[in-house]
Design a protein around this ligand. Structure first.
Ligand SMILES: [Zn+2]
Length: 326
């Protein structure tokens, strides 16, 4: 990276920060008016609602709102899962909750460490200080060890300052695999994995609603990054919740749907992993594996980020197969 490029980047970042500071007074109202792209809040069951964010990566236009916050109504309170990437988005989620229920938010669940999913926590903590915040134990430790600050800076940079003013409220209730959260009217079973999309993933089964929240272990219409992931672990995690045979599956990004949401992403990861294993045994280099199997991935070629991620995934899966062989 050249010095002038760095300087330009710095100036660009500083000026957008200054603009944000100057416009800060207006930002909350402005942001709230603009988050709700497309179809807005979608009712999945009588108790479960999803706000589907943009399929794009975080940018100035979407203000970092590109995940799928879930609002679920218990008898005595409201559960929110993954309230987005900033305090502004968290406040927007609270507004939506108030339209659906007069009850307070009592539980906030995080699917994993990536900040686009959970940095909205702080807004909920400010308004509902009694709420309990839950996550995978490794997410809690990673966030406390510096990942929270790193994600705040990263999202603020990617959105040209649109997430400014966000601070982290790190969950402090560690989940365990198979745990049942006995929330009146809304029992939830917790499914953790050691290493899937990240080492911090939690999936949530809303048992009576027959809804599974996948986090980024499963995406729809977008190919995820696997830089922090493990193909075989992600495949295993998805298979476990596919076997539940629930009525609805909520992906970390993209539209909610039936079991196909989970199986299609599962098959994508499995096809790549199987090819890496099969051709890797013949010592075929990753770029050749990619060329050999590309034809088989037509069903995914139109998905967001496919062109950037597909080749990278073949390389990562090849490395993983090699490492797992020892
Ligand atoms: Zn993620």
């Amino acid at each position: 990276m050249s010095t002038s490029y760095r300087l330009n980047k710095f100036l660009k970042y500083s000026s957008s920060t200054i603009t944000t500071l100057v416009l800060g007074f207006f930002s909350i109202t402005g942001a709230m008016a603009n988050f709700n792209e497309g179809e807005g809040i979608q009712k999945i069951t009588d108790r479960v609602f999803v706000i589907h964010g943009s399929l794009d990566l975080p940018n100035a236009e979407n203000k970092g709102f590109m995940n799928n916050p879930v609002i679920a109504l218990g008898d005595n309170g409201v559960v929110v899962i993954d309230p987005g990437s900033s305090s502004d988005i968290g406040r927007y989620i609270i507004e939506q909750v108030k339209k659906l229920s007069s009850k307070p938010i009592t539980h906030v669940l995080s699917t994993h460490i990536h900040g686009d999913h959970w940095l909205g926590n702080h807004a909920i903590f400010e308004e509902y200080p009694q709420a309990q915040f839950f996550a995978h134990p490794d997410m809690i430790s990673a966030a406390n060890a510096g990942e929270a600050d790193r994600w705040i800076a990263l999202l603020n940079s990617l959105t040209s300052g649109a997430t400014a003013g966000t601070s982290a409220h790190i969950p402090d209730n560690a989940l365990h695999d198979g745990q049942n959260l006995a929330i009146p009217g809304l029992p939830i079973r917790v499914h953790l994995s050691d290493h899937a999309h990240t080492t911090t993933d939690a999936m949530f089964e809303l048992i009576d609603e027959s809804v599974v929240i996948l986090g980024d272990n499963g995406l729809n219409g977008r190919i995820g990054r696997m830089d922090d992931g493990h193909f075989l672990g992600n495949i295993t995690a998805l298979k476990k919740v596919i076997d539940i045979n629930a009525k609805w599956y909520v992906p970390g990004h993209g539209k909610t749907g039936t079991i196909e949401v989970a199986t299609k992403y599962h098959n994508y990861l499995k096809m790549i992993h199987d090819a890496a294993k099969h051709y890797g045994e013949d010592f075929m280099p990753a770029f050749e594996i990619k060329q050999t199997i590309e034809e088989d991935f037509k069903a995914y070629a139109s998905w967001h980020s496919f062109d950037e991620q597909f080749g990278r995934h073949v390389s990562l899966a090849s490395l993983e197969v090699e490492q797992d062989a020892f």
